[in-house]
Design a protein around this ligand. Structure first.
Ligand code: NAP
Length: 442
């Protein structure tokens, strides 16, 4: 037997649990610990609510959770309820699958003004994450600026541009669909500090912008590079650039909402009287090495909302080696520390997913990542564990009066969320912990 604790119940955590089952057969016991009483991490709170087919991967994680060798232990905060070192005393291996839920700062003056926020906050708001449910982003101004040219920027721009009818069948939470319905935003500017061939948007997601009910993309043809140069691009990017070219060739100036691709534009500062009113932008050009350099030409874009979609950071945990520059745990291929051989030594410590490699890749990228970590655990640990595992954790939680939420409890929350969904939507999420815990008690 091996006892494994995984911190975080998002894709990286669940693929690691799945890999434990495949690798160790019935000789493993896995606890997936999460600070929220609800599982699935980014699938629940990060993936866009109008992308239900992507969210459907949770069914696979559900299958893993239904194994008698895997427990979901929700509502338990590592670092508050239980220390990492305590877990390392109880389990042969502790895997940090905590993702990268903090926004990278823009690092420009004015980013602390009300109306300026990162994508973790804004996406968390429309997805009903308890930390951001009360964000109340200002939507009363005609202009909104989304910084970044990645898939998250696309998600944010699309959600800002969609109508109530377009969002009705999604699982966007009611407070967000109501606020967006009242929104006065008519121009969403996507700021890209480089050009159309440097975007990090995938073709399927980018193509969606061409099929919105009242909104249309706008691209200035002057920003497009020589079409012949597309041949050198990797096929997915070439397809995405093809969409950008099509948007430029088919302008729909009459659309009620414009999603304006402002390329070669980097944010310099955000200004306003007590809140964001405008963003000052510098025109850029590409250097020979492909990075953006400022031209000195400045202009302003009026806006009441700025959402920075420029990447994420993993929150550090005191005592665990951390790479400040990369914003993730310092590790070697996922290994942070090798554990002692018996119950008297600390169990091994590992990082997986975004906590290991930073915020890149698709959900599926986490699967090989999970298997690679379990290969390391297999190499570093012995089969005949003398550690307490789940029994030891339960004893500590009981002693400290922590009400852990199990998978069966989560199913009660899930049933209650499904039952209160608006017509056409799969669920209406609870957005605060008290409501989630009340649903557990029925
Ligand atoms: P991302 O793909 O890394 O894109 C970040 C964007 O921000 C880039 O365009 C980058 O420009 C720009 N940026 C970074 N720092 C900046 C700064 N200081 N000023 C201006 N712009 C700046 O990150 P993401 O969009 O957060 O996505 C994270 C991961 O999740 C990605 O792998 C993404 O594909 C994935 N994801 C996938 C989906 C989907 O498949 N449906 C949806 C959402 C997210 P440079 O290129 O110039 O650095």
């Amino acid at each position: 037997m091996r006892h494994v604790a995984i911190i975080g119940s998002g894709p990286a955590g669940y693929y690691t649990a799945e890999a434990c089952l495949k690798t160790f057969g019935d000789q493993v016991q896995v606890d997936i610990v999460d600070r929220l009483p609800v599982p699935y991490g980014l699938i629940r709170s990060g993936v866009a609510p109008d992308h239900q087919s992507i969210k459907a991967v949770y069914k696979r994680y559900e299958g893993t959770s239904l194994s008698p060798q895997v427990r979901f232990v929700g509502n338990v905060t590592i670092g508050e309820d239980i220390a990492i070192d305590e877990l390392r005393g109880l389990y042969d291996a502790v895997v940090l699958a905590t993702g990268a839920p903090h926004d990278r700062p823009l690092g420009i003056p004015g980013e602390d003004l009300p109306g300026v926020m990162g994508s973790a906050a804004f996406v968390g708001w429309y997805n009903g994450h308890p930390d951001f449910a009360r964000l109340d982003p200002p939507l009363g101004h005609g202009g909104a600026v989304v910084v970044g040219n990645g898939n998250v920027a696309l998600d944010v721009a699309r959600i800002l541009a969609k109508t109530r009818d377009e969002l009705a069948g999604s699982d966007i939470v009611n407070h967000a669909i109501d606020a967006l319905d009242r929104s006065r935003v008519l121009r969403v500017t996507l700021l890209g500090r480089r050009g159309p061939q440097q975007i990090a948007m995938t073709p399927k997601e980018l193509g969606e912008l061409g099929h919105l009910a009242r909104a249309a993309p706008h691209v200035d043809p002057a920003d497009l590079p020589d079409p012949a140069s597309d041949a050198a691009l990797e096929p997915g990017l070439r397809k995405s650039v093809g969409h950008i070219r099509a948007f430029a060739a088919n302008p729909r100036e009459d659309a009620a909402v414009i999603i304006d691709f402002d390329f070669f534009a980097r944010p310099v500062r955000i200004e306003g009287d007590g809140r964001a009113e405008r963003i000052i932008v510098e025109r850029t050009r590409l250097t020979e090495g492909g990075s953006a350099e400022g031209t000195g030409e400045l202009y302003e874009i009026p806006c009441g909302l700025v959402v920075a979609c420029i990447g994420y950071r993993t929150p550090p945990i005191p005592g665990i080696p951390y790479d400040e520059k990369l914003g993730r745990f310092a590790n070697e291929d996922g290994r942070i520390a090798v554990g002692g051989p018996d119950a008297n030594g600390a169990g091994g410590l590992y990082a997986v997913g975004w906590a290991r490699r930073g915020p890149t890749g698709t959900i599926g990228t986490n699967r090989p990542d999970g298997f690679a970590i379990v290969d390391l655990i297999a190499a570093d640990t012995e089969a005949g564990s003398t550690r307490q595992g789940a029994a030891g954790l339960d004893a500590l939680l009981l002693e400290r009066g922590v009400r852990a939420v199990g998978f069966g409890d989560w199913r009660r929350i899930e049933a209650a969320e499904n039952a209160r969904a608006r017509a056409g939507s799969p669920r209406e999420k609870f957005v605060d912990l008290a409501a989630m815990l009340a649903a557990v008690e029925g």
